[in-house]
Design a protein around this ligand. Structure first.
Ligand SMILES: Cc1cc2nc3c(=O)[nH]c(=O)nc-3n(C[C@H](O)[C@H](O)[C@H](O)COP(=O)(O)O)c2cc1C
Length: 441
Protein backbone atom coordinates (compact mmCIF):
# COMPACT_ATOMS: atom_id res chain seq x y z
CA UNK A 1 0.00 0.00 0.00
CA UNK A 2 1.44 3.32 -1.01
CA UNK A 3 1.54 5.93 1.71
CA UNK A 4 -0.95 7.68 -0.56
CA UNK A 5 -2.88 10.49 1.02
CA UNK A 6 -1.09 10.14 4.37
CA UNK A 7 2.22 10.63 2.62
CA UNK A 8 5.75 10.14 3.82
CA UNK A 9 7.01 11.68 7.03
CA UNK A 10 10.67 11.30 6.13
CA UNK A 11 12.99 10.59 3.24
CA UNK A 12 13.77 7.24 4.86
CA UNK A 13 10.09 6.30 4.78
CA UNK A 14 9.91 7.19 1.08
CA UNK A 15 13.14 5.27 0.37
CA UNK A 16 11.73 2.22 2.17
CA UNK A 17 8.56 2.33 0.04
CA UNK A 18 10.63 2.67 -3.12
CA UNK A 19 12.63 -0.34 -2.06
CA UNK A 20 9.50 -2.35 -1.13
CA UNK A 21 8.21 -1.79 -4.69
CA UNK A 22 11.54 -2.72 -6.27
CA UNK A 23 11.92 0.75 -7.81
CA UNK A 24 15.31 1.76 -6.43
CA UNK A 25 16.84 1.79 -9.92
CA UNK A 26 13.98 3.87 -11.37
CA UNK A 27 13.65 6.36 -8.49
CA UNK A 28 17.05 7.03 -6.97
CA UNK A 29 17.19 9.80 -4.37
CA UNK A 30 20.02 12.26 -3.88
CA UNK A 31 20.81 14.76 -1.14
CA UNK A 32 23.19 16.72 -3.35
CA UNK A 33 21.01 19.52 -4.75
CA UNK A 34 23.81 21.76 -6.06
CA UNK A 35 23.62 19.94 -9.41
CA UNK A 36 20.26 21.67 -9.88
CA UNK A 37 21.99 25.05 -9.99
CA UNK A 38 23.67 24.29 -13.32
CA UNK A 39 22.54 26.53 -16.20
CA UNK A 40 21.75 24.78 -19.51
CA UNK A 41 21.94 26.28 -22.96
CA UNK A 42 19.45 25.01 -25.53
CA UNK A 43 21.19 23.67 -28.66
CA UNK A 44 23.38 26.31 -30.32
CA UNK A 45 21.05 29.13 -29.29
CA UNK A 46 21.55 31.83 -26.68
CA UNK A 47 18.48 30.62 -24.79
CA UNK A 48 19.74 29.38 -21.44
CA UNK A 49 17.88 27.77 -18.58
CA UNK A 50 19.14 29.58 -15.48
CA UNK A 51 19.09 26.36 -13.52
CA UNK A 52 17.68 22.82 -13.79
CA UNK A 53 14.26 23.45 -12.27
CA UNK A 54 11.43 24.59 -14.53
CA UNK A 55 7.74 25.42 -14.48
CA UNK A 56 5.52 23.26 -16.69
CA UNK A 57 2.74 24.86 -18.76
CA UNK A 58 -0.25 25.31 -16.42
CA UNK A 59 -3.35 26.92 -17.83
CA UNK A 60 -5.84 28.82 -15.77
CA UNK A 61 -8.81 29.31 -18.12
CA UNK A 62 -8.80 33.00 -17.37
CA UNK A 63 -8.22 34.77 -20.67
CA UNK A 64 -10.51 37.48 -21.97
CA UNK A 65 -13.28 36.10 -24.22
CA UNK A 66 -11.10 37.13 -27.17
CA UNK A 67 -8.18 35.00 -25.92
CA UNK A 68 -5.90 37.72 -24.51
CA UNK A 69 -4.18 37.07 -21.16
CA UNK A 70 -6.46 38.36 -18.38
CA UNK A 71 -5.63 39.76 -14.92
CA UNK A 72 -5.40 36.30 -13.37
CA UNK A 73 -3.28 35.02 -16.26
CA UNK A 74 -0.77 37.80 -15.62
CA UNK A 75 -0.91 37.22 -11.87
CA UNK A 76 -0.17 33.51 -12.41
CA UNK A 77 2.74 34.01 -14.80
CA UNK A 78 4.20 36.71 -12.53
CA UNK A 79 3.98 34.45 -9.45
CA UNK A 80 5.42 31.44 -11.25
CA UNK A 81 8.19 33.44 -12.94
CA UNK A 82 9.29 35.14 -9.74
CA UNK A 83 9.91 31.86 -7.92
CA UNK A 84 13.46 31.31 -9.16
CA UNK A 85 12.84 28.58 -11.77
CA UNK A 86 15.32 28.33 -14.62
CA UNK A 87 12.66 28.41 -17.35
CA UNK A 88 8.96 29.16 -17.49
CA UNK A 89 6.84 27.24 -19.99
CA UNK A 90 3.75 29.38 -20.51
CA UNK A 91 0.44 27.66 -20.86
CA UNK A 92 -1.66 26.20 -23.68
CA UNK A 93 -2.46 28.93 -26.20
CA UNK A 94 -4.74 28.12 -29.08
CA UNK A 95 -3.77 29.05 -32.62
CA UNK A 96 -7.38 29.13 -33.85
CA UNK A 97 -10.67 30.11 -32.28
CA UNK A 98 -12.33 26.76 -32.98
CA UNK A 99 -9.41 24.92 -31.36
CA UNK A 100 -9.91 26.52 -27.92
CA UNK A 101 -10.85 24.24 -25.02
CA UNK A 102 -13.16 26.93 -23.69
CA UNK A 103 -13.82 30.65 -23.79
CA UNK A 104 -11.16 31.21 -21.15
CA UNK A 105 -8.27 29.61 -23.05
CA UNK A 106 -5.58 31.87 -24.46
CA UNK A 107 -5.76 32.35 -28.23
CA UNK A 108 -2.96 34.25 -29.93
CA UNK A 109 -3.65 36.43 -32.97
CA UNK A 110 -2.43 39.67 -34.50
CA UNK A 111 -5.45 41.38 -32.86
CA UNK A 112 -4.30 40.72 -29.31
CA UNK A 113 -0.54 40.69 -29.79
CA UNK A 114 -0.01 43.66 -27.45
CA UNK A 115 -1.56 41.69 -24.62
CA UNK A 116 0.82 38.77 -25.31
CA UNK A 117 3.71 41.27 -25.33
CA UNK A 118 2.61 42.33 -21.82
CA UNK A 119 2.51 38.67 -20.79
CA UNK A 120 6.07 38.02 -22.01
CA UNK A 121 7.30 41.26 -20.43
CA UNK A 122 5.61 40.43 -17.12
CA UNK A 123 7.23 37.00 -17.08
CA UNK A 124 10.68 38.29 -18.04
CA UNK A 125 10.64 41.09 -15.48
CA UNK A 126 9.60 38.68 -12.73
CA UNK A 127 11.92 35.86 -13.76
CA UNK A 128 15.05 37.95 -13.81
CA UNK A 129 16.01 36.68 -17.23
CA UNK A 130 14.79 33.08 -17.26
CA UNK A 131 13.51 32.16 -20.72
CA UNK A 132 9.78 31.94 -21.32
CA UNK A 133 8.34 29.52 -23.89
CA UNK A 134 4.80 29.85 -25.27
CA UNK A 135 2.81 26.65 -25.82
CA UNK A 136 0.89 26.61 -29.12
CA UNK A 137 -1.93 24.15 -29.52
CA UNK A 138 -5.09 23.03 -31.23
CA UNK A 139 -7.36 21.18 -28.80
CA UNK A 140 -8.87 18.86 -31.38
CA UNK A 141 -11.47 16.59 -29.81
CA UNK A 142 -11.47 18.70 -26.62
CA UNK A 143 -12.47 21.92 -28.40
CA UNK A 144 -15.28 23.92 -26.76
CA UNK A 145 -14.76 27.40 -28.18
CA UNK A 146 -18.10 28.68 -26.88
CA UNK A 147 -18.04 26.43 -23.80
CA UNK A 148 -20.06 23.72 -25.54
CA UNK A 149 -18.40 20.67 -27.13
CA UNK A 150 -17.45 21.21 -30.78
CA UNK A 151 -14.91 18.40 -31.18
CA UNK A 152 -12.46 18.57 -34.06
CA UNK A 153 -11.90 14.86 -34.43
CA UNK A 154 -9.02 13.43 -36.44
CA UNK A 155 -10.24 9.87 -36.12
CA UNK A 156 -13.05 8.17 -34.24
CA UNK A 157 -11.67 6.49 -31.18
CA UNK A 158 -14.19 4.38 -29.24
CA UNK A 159 -12.12 4.55 -26.06
CA UNK A 160 -12.02 8.34 -26.05
CA UNK A 161 -15.48 8.78 -27.56
CA UNK A 162 -17.04 6.81 -24.76
CA UNK A 163 -15.17 8.75 -22.11
CA UNK A 164 -16.31 12.03 -23.63
CA UNK A 165 -19.79 10.97 -24.79
CA UNK A 166 -18.96 11.81 -28.40
CA UNK A 167 -21.48 10.65 -30.97
CA UNK A 168 -19.84 8.10 -33.33
CA UNK A 169 -21.53 9.96 -36.22
CA UNK A 170 -19.81 13.26 -35.41
CA UNK A 171 -17.96 14.29 -38.60
CA UNK A 172 -14.23 13.69 -38.83
CA UNK A 173 -12.16 16.75 -39.74
CA UNK A 174 -11.24 17.02 -43.43
CA UNK A 175 -7.74 16.87 -44.93
CA UNK A 176 -8.33 20.38 -46.30
CA UNK A 177 -8.83 21.68 -42.72
CA UNK A 178 -5.61 19.98 -41.58
CA UNK A 179 -3.66 21.18 -44.65
CA UNK A 180 -4.14 24.76 -43.46
CA UNK A 181 -2.78 24.23 -39.95
CA UNK A 182 1.02 24.24 -40.48
CA UNK A 183 0.85 27.76 -41.88
CA UNK A 184 -1.31 28.82 -38.93
CA UNK A 185 1.16 27.29 -36.44
CA UNK A 186 4.02 28.96 -38.31
CA UNK A 187 2.29 32.34 -38.08
CA UNK A 188 1.52 31.81 -34.40
CA UNK A 189 5.20 30.99 -33.75
CA UNK A 190 6.11 34.23 -35.53
CA UNK A 191 3.66 36.12 -33.32
CA UNK A 192 5.11 34.47 -30.19
CA UNK A 193 8.55 35.67 -31.28
CA UNK A 194 7.28 39.17 -31.99
CA UNK A 195 5.61 39.21 -28.57
CA UNK A 196 9.01 38.58 -26.95
CA UNK A 197 8.83 34.92 -25.96
CA UNK A 198 12.06 32.90 -26.16
CA UNK A 199 10.54 29.98 -27.98
CA UNK A 200 7.40 28.39 -29.33
CA UNK A 201 6.14 24.95 -28.38
CA UNK A 202 4.39 22.92 -31.05
CA UNK A 203 2.35 20.78 -28.67
CA UNK A 204 1.84 17.08 -29.37
CA UNK A 205 0.48 15.27 -26.34
CA UNK A 206 -2.51 14.48 -24.12
CA UNK A 207 -4.75 13.47 -27.10
CA UNK A 208 -5.11 17.00 -28.42
CA UNK A 209 -5.24 17.23 -32.20
CA UNK A 210 -1.62 16.48 -33.15
CA UNK A 211 -1.26 13.62 -30.70
CA UNK A 212 -4.62 12.18 -31.70
CA UNK A 213 -3.28 12.01 -35.25
CA UNK A 214 -0.29 9.95 -34.07
CA UNK A 215 -2.66 7.01 -33.60
CA UNK A 216 -4.97 7.73 -36.55
CA UNK A 217 -4.30 4.25 -37.93
CA UNK A 218 -7.80 4.05 -39.40
CA UNK A 219 -7.96 7.50 -40.96
CA UNK A 220 -7.87 7.40 -44.76
CA UNK A 221 -5.84 9.91 -46.80
CA UNK A 222 -2.68 11.94 -46.17
CA UNK A 223 -2.99 12.06 -42.39
CA UNK A 224 -3.78 8.49 -41.43
CA UNK A 225 -2.47 4.96 -41.69
CA UNK A 226 1.31 4.92 -42.11
CA UNK A 227 3.79 6.44 -39.66
CA UNK A 228 4.65 9.10 -42.26
CA UNK A 229 1.00 10.09 -42.62
CA UNK A 230 0.19 10.07 -38.90
CA UNK A 231 3.17 12.29 -38.06
CA UNK A 232 2.86 14.55 -41.12
CA UNK A 233 0.84 17.39 -39.61
CA UNK A 234 2.99 17.64 -36.47
CA UNK A 235 6.26 17.64 -38.44
CA UNK A 236 4.93 20.05 -41.09
CA UNK A 237 3.91 22.40 -38.28
CA UNK A 238 7.33 22.12 -36.63
CA UNK A 239 8.94 23.00 -39.96
CA UNK A 240 6.63 25.98 -40.38
CA UNK A 241 7.43 27.21 -36.87
CA UNK A 242 11.15 26.58 -37.38
CA UNK A 243 11.24 29.31 -40.04
CA UNK A 244 11.35 31.69 -37.05
CA UNK A 245 14.16 29.85 -35.29
CA UNK A 246 17.09 32.09 -34.34
CA UNK A 247 19.72 32.40 -31.63
CA UNK A 248 17.18 33.99 -29.32
CA UNK A 249 14.14 31.93 -30.32
CA UNK A 250 13.98 28.15 -30.04
CA UNK A 251 11.50 25.59 -31.33
CA UNK A 252 10.19 23.40 -28.55
CA UNK A 253 7.61 20.71 -28.06
CA UNK A 254 5.50 19.36 -25.24
CA UNK A 255 5.66 15.81 -26.42
CA UNK A 256 4.00 12.65 -25.14
CA UNK A 257 5.66 9.50 -26.49
CA UNK A 258 3.18 7.15 -24.79
CA UNK A 259 -0.45 7.57 -23.90
CA UNK A 260 -1.04 4.37 -21.92
CA UNK A 261 -4.07 3.75 -24.15
CA UNK A 262 -4.32 0.36 -25.89
CA UNK A 263 -3.31 -0.01 -29.54
CA UNK A 264 -4.77 1.06 -31.96
CA UNK A 265 -6.35 3.87 -29.92
CA UNK A 266 -3.21 5.22 -28.33
CA UNK A 267 0.33 6.09 -29.42
CA UNK A 268 3.42 4.32 -28.13
CA UNK A 269 1.74 1.30 -26.54
CA UNK A 270 3.00 -2.22 -27.09
CA UNK A 271 0.46 -3.90 -29.36
CA UNK A 272 0.06 -6.84 -27.02
CA UNK A 273 0.40 -5.08 -23.69
CA UNK A 274 -0.80 -1.49 -23.26
CA UNK A 275 1.07 -1.32 -19.94
CA UNK A 276 4.35 -1.45 -21.87
CA UNK A 277 5.90 1.21 -24.07
CA UNK A 278 6.92 0.21 -27.58
CA UNK A 279 9.63 2.77 -28.25
CA UNK A 280 9.97 2.07 -31.98
CA UNK A 281 7.66 4.84 -33.28
CA UNK A 282 8.18 7.34 -30.43
CA UNK A 283 11.97 7.11 -30.96
CA UNK A 284 11.63 7.57 -34.72
CA UNK A 285 9.43 10.59 -34.22
CA UNK A 286 11.63 12.11 -31.53
CA UNK A 287 14.64 11.88 -33.88
CA UNK A 288 12.61 13.51 -36.66
CA UNK A 289 11.60 16.29 -34.29
CA UNK A 290 15.29 16.99 -33.77
CA UNK A 291 16.07 16.82 -37.49
CA UNK A 292 13.33 19.36 -38.13
CA UNK A 293 14.52 21.88 -35.57
CA UNK A 294 13.18 20.98 -32.11
CA UNK A 295 15.86 21.61 -29.48
CA UNK A 296 13.80 21.72 -26.30
CA UNK A 297 11.23 19.22 -25.06
CA UNK A 298 9.01 19.09 -22.00
CA UNK A 299 8.00 15.43 -21.92
CA UNK A 300 4.74 14.05 -20.56
CA UNK A 301 2.72 10.83 -20.68
CA UNK A 302 -0.93 9.82 -20.79
CA UNK A 303 -4.00 11.95 -21.33
CA UNK A 304 -5.32 14.01 -18.43
CA UNK A 305 -8.86 13.36 -19.67
CA UNK A 306 -8.48 9.61 -19.96
CA UNK A 307 -5.91 8.52 -17.39
CA UNK A 308 -4.84 11.48 -15.23
CA UNK A 309 -3.05 9.16 -12.81
CA UNK A 310 -0.56 8.40 -15.61
CA UNK A 311 -0.05 12.07 -16.42
CA UNK A 312 0.19 13.32 -12.84
CA UNK A 313 0.21 10.88 -9.91
CA UNK A 314 -2.18 12.18 -7.24
CA UNK A 315 -3.40 11.41 -3.75
CA UNK A 316 -7.01 12.41 -4.35
CA UNK A 317 -8.76 12.65 -7.71
CA UNK A 318 -11.68 11.52 -9.79
CA UNK A 319 -10.90 7.84 -9.14
CA UNK A 320 -8.57 5.72 -7.04
CA UNK A 321 -5.50 5.08 -9.23
CA UNK A 322 -5.23 1.41 -10.28
CA UNK A 323 -1.52 1.35 -9.41
CA UNK A 324 0.88 2.48 -6.73
CA UNK A 325 1.62 6.18 -7.10
CA UNK A 326 5.34 5.43 -7.12
CA UNK A 327 4.83 3.12 -10.11
CA UNK A 328 3.45 6.13 -11.97
CA UNK A 329 6.38 8.28 -10.87
CA UNK A 330 8.81 5.57 -12.04
CA UNK A 331 7.10 5.38 -15.45
CA UNK A 332 7.49 9.13 -15.97
CA UNK A 333 11.13 9.21 -14.86
CA UNK A 334 12.02 6.12 -16.89
CA UNK A 335 10.44 7.44 -20.08
CA UNK A 336 12.36 10.70 -19.76
CA UNK A 337 15.66 8.86 -19.26
CA UNK A 338 14.98 6.81 -22.38
CA UNK A 339 14.27 9.95 -24.43
CA UNK A 340 17.42 11.69 -23.21
CA UNK A 341 19.48 8.73 -24.38
CA UNK A 342 17.70 8.60 -27.75
CA UNK A 343 18.32 12.24 -28.67
CA UNK A 344 20.90 13.83 -26.36
CA UNK A 345 20.84 17.03 -28.47
CA UNK A 346 17.35 17.98 -27.30
CA UNK A 347 17.33 19.74 -23.93
CA UNK A 348 14.87 17.61 -22.02
CA UNK A 349 12.62 18.55 -19.14
CA UNK A 350 11.22 15.64 -17.15
CA UNK A 351 8.07 15.33 -15.09
CA UNK A 352 6.67 13.21 -12.25
CA UNK A 353 8.05 15.14 -9.27
CA UNK A 354 5.14 17.00 -7.67
CA UNK A 355 3.56 13.96 -6.01
CA UNK A 356 6.78 13.43 -4.04
CA UNK A 357 6.05 16.68 -2.19
CA UNK A 358 9.02 17.92 -0.09
CA UNK A 359 11.15 14.99 -1.28
CA UNK A 360 10.78 15.99 -4.93
CA UNK A 361 14.21 17.68 -5.03
CA UNK A 362 15.86 14.39 -3.97
CA UNK A 363 14.44 12.68 -7.08
CA UNK A 364 15.07 15.73 -9.30
CA UNK A 365 18.71 16.00 -8.23
CA UNK A 366 19.25 12.27 -8.84
CA UNK A 367 17.77 12.45 -12.37
CA UNK A 368 19.65 15.61 -13.33
CA UNK A 369 22.84 14.36 -11.70
CA UNK A 370 22.68 11.11 -13.69
CA UNK A 371 22.12 13.01 -16.94
CA UNK A 372 18.70 11.36 -17.39
CA UNK A 373 17.12 14.79 -17.90
CA UNK A 374 18.45 18.30 -18.22
CA UNK A 375 15.87 19.76 -15.89
CA UNK A 376 13.00 18.73 -13.65
CA UNK A 377 9.65 20.35 -14.44
CA UNK A 378 6.94 21.11 -11.89
CA UNK A 379 3.27 21.76 -12.68
CA UNK A 380 0.85 21.61 -9.73
CA UNK A 381 3.72 22.44 -7.39
CA UNK A 382 4.13 25.76 -9.21
CA UNK A 383 0.44 26.58 -8.63
CA UNK A 384 0.68 25.74 -4.94
CA UNK A 385 4.22 26.87 -4.17
CA UNK A 386 5.48 29.28 -6.82
CA UNK A 387 8.76 29.79 -4.88
CA UNK A 388 9.60 26.09 -4.95
CA UNK A 389 12.75 26.54 -7.06
CA UNK A 390 14.16 29.35 -4.93
CA UNK A 391 13.63 27.33 -1.75
CA UNK A 392 15.32 24.26 -3.23
CA UNK A 393 18.26 26.22 -4.60
CA UNK A 394 18.76 28.69 -1.75
CA UNK A 395 17.42 26.95 1.35
CA UNK A 396 18.15 23.40 0.23
CA UNK A 397 14.64 22.26 1.15
CA UNK A 398 10.94 22.55 0.41
CA UNK A 399 8.60 23.57 3.20
CA UNK A 400 6.18 20.65 3.80
CA UNK A 401 3.48 23.18 4.69
CA UNK A 402 3.71 24.83 1.29
CA UNK A 403 3.95 21.84 -1.08
CA UNK A 404 1.17 20.72 -3.40
CA UNK A 405 -0.92 18.00 -1.74
CA UNK A 406 -2.10 16.60 -5.11
CA UNK A 407 -5.76 16.86 -4.14
CA UNK A 408 -6.87 17.55 -7.76
CA UNK A 409 -8.97 20.56 -6.73
CA UNK A 410 -7.25 22.67 -9.43
CA UNK A 411 -8.40 20.12 -12.02
CA UNK A 412 -11.90 19.88 -10.56
CA UNK A 413 -12.37 23.64 -10.97
CA UNK A 414 -10.96 23.48 -14.48
CA UNK A 415 -13.37 20.73 -15.54
CA UNK A 416 -16.16 23.22 -14.81
CA UNK A 417 -14.48 25.52 -17.36
CA UNK A 418 -13.80 28.01 -14.60
CA UNK A 419 -10.65 30.02 -13.91
CA UNK A 420 -8.39 27.80 -11.83
CA UNK A 421 -5.51 27.82 -9.37
CA UNK A 422 -4.74 26.25 -5.98
CA UNK A 423 -7.60 26.55 -3.46
CA UNK A 424 -5.37 25.10 -0.71
CA UNK A 425 -2.21 27.20 -0.90
CA UNK A 426 -3.49 30.23 -2.85
CA UNK A 427 -6.72 30.31 -0.95
CA UNK A 428 -7.45 34.00 -0.97
CA UNK A 429 -8.17 33.88 -4.69
CA UNK A 430 -9.16 30.30 -5.42
CA UNK A 431 -10.87 28.95 -2.28
CA UNK A 432 -13.98 31.17 -2.73
CA UNK A 433 -14.19 30.01 -6.35
CA UNK A 434 -13.88 26.38 -5.31
CA UNK A 435 -16.53 26.77 -2.59
CA UNK A 436 -18.94 28.37 -5.01
CA UNK A 437 -18.51 25.55 -7.53
CA UNK A 438 -18.43 22.74 -4.95
CA UNK A 439 -20.57 23.86 -2.01
CA UNK A 440 -20.50 20.31 -0.59
CA UNK A 441 -16.72 20.50 -0.17
C1 LIG B 1 -4.71 22.77 -13.71
C2 LIG B 1 -3.76 22.20 -14.72
C3 LIG B 1 -3.48 22.88 -15.89
C4 LIG B 1 -2.60 22.34 -16.83
N1 LIG B 1 -2.33 23.04 -17.98
C5 LIG B 1 -1.49 22.50 -18.91
C6 LIG B 1 -1.20 23.21 -20.11
O1 LIG B 1 -1.63 24.34 -20.33
N2 LIG B 1 -0.39 22.59 -21.01
C7 LIG B 1 0.16 21.36 -20.79
O2 LIG B 1 0.89 20.85 -21.64
N3 LIG B 1 -0.07 20.70 -19.64
C8 LIG B 1 -0.88 21.24 -18.71
N4 LIG B 1 -1.08 20.58 -17.53
C9 LIG B 1 -0.25 19.39 -17.20
C10 LIG B 1 1.01 19.85 -16.44
O3 LIG B 1 1.82 20.66 -17.25
C11 LIG B 1 1.86 18.67 -15.94
O4 LIG B 1 2.25 17.88 -17.03
C12 LIG B 1 1.15 17.79 -14.92
O5 LIG B 1 0.47 18.55 -13.95
C13 LIG B 1 2.17 16.85 -14.24
O6 LIG B 1 3.15 17.59 -13.58
P1 LIG B 1 3.11 17.77 -11.95
O7 LIG B 1 3.07 16.38 -11.41
O8 LIG B 1 4.36 18.51 -11.64
O9 LIG B 1 1.87 18.53 -11.64
C14 LIG B 1 -1.97 21.10 -16.59
C15 LIG B 1 -2.27 20.41 -15.40
C16 LIG B 1 -3.15 20.93 -14.48
C17 LIG B 1 -3.42 20.17 -13.20
Amino acid sequence: MSAGRFHYKSREELAADIERLGLTREIPLSEEFSVLKTPRTVGDSDVTLKNSLTVHPMEGFDSTPEGAPGELTLRRIRRMASGGAGLIWAEATSVTEDGRTNRGQLWISRNNLDAFKRMAETAHEASDGAPVILQLTHSGRFSKPDNTPRPVIAVHNPVMNEKMSIDPDWPVVTDAYLDALPEIFGQAAGLAKEAGFDGADVKCCHKYLFSELLSAYDRPGRYGGSFENRTRLFLDSIRAAAVHRSRDFVIASRFGPYEHIPYPWGFGADRNDPEKIDWDEPDRLYRLMYENGVRLCDMTLGSPYYNPHVNRPYDLGGYEPPEERLTGVARLLGAAAHMKKTVPGITLIGTGYTWLRQFAPCAAAAQVGAGSVDAAGFGRMAFAYPDFARDILEKGALDPHKVCVTCSKCTAIMRKMHATGCPIRDREVYLPMYRELFPQG
